[in-house]
Design a protein around this ligand. Sequence first.
Ligand code: CTP
Ligand code: CA
Length: 223
Amino acid sequence: EDHLSAFLPLKGKQIMITAGPTYEAIDPVRFIGNHSSGKMGYEIARAAANLGAKVILISGPTHLQISEDHIHLIKVVSAQEMYDATMAHFEKADVVIAAAAVADYKPETIADQKIKKADETLTIRLTKTQDILRSLGERKRQQKLIGFALETNNELENARAKLQKKNLDFVVLNSLQDKGAGFQNDTNKVSFVFQDEVKSFGLKPKSEVAVDILNEIINLFDE
Ligand code: CTP
Ligand code: CA
């Protein structure tokens, strides 16, 4: 047990990860979505399993595949489905890492039939989706909560606002400054934002960013 824990520092921990985009239906054949690849979340899932954790990966639509032992994959489509799946597994989680690019708005109503082309303009009224991570923050007990943020301006200020509003342990701030950092790439440049501290990293593969994030979480447990 003791000698294993040195190599498997997350042994005995349950880690829930959200990943990928969500799709919000407009009608039976159309949706509102975004370009999230899901790579970051899947890399975290893989790395967490390698470090001994039991992983629940709640994934929006992606082309990615994962077949590791110790990873329980739950596929969802909409923000509401991601919310329901996340809530259902929150109690037993020790850590939640929200890497999903959840849609902020969804169509107020979903048309029963395919919307036909008619007038020159078409207006679709949108309403807010539930903020999954904020809801988890309100229910948080022993769990460590980690959020992501991608900002184009006032990066640190906005990241710290999310840290507080969502009751998080830290925010992984994605930098848009460098080419190669972002949605469809295999690399990322991130900073970990705490209330009174920022730790910045260089551009590196998402698989290595995943390990950096998990090492930071292991530090939180050691505190
Ligand atoms: N998030 C979530 N549920 C939502 C929206 C966001 O769980 N409905 C999570 C994301 O997975 C991410 C964090 O909240 O970990 C921050 O997401 P982001 O889109 O940066 O922030 P928002 O609160 O949605 O604010 P805005 O998009 O206006 O910056
Ligand atoms: Ca958002």
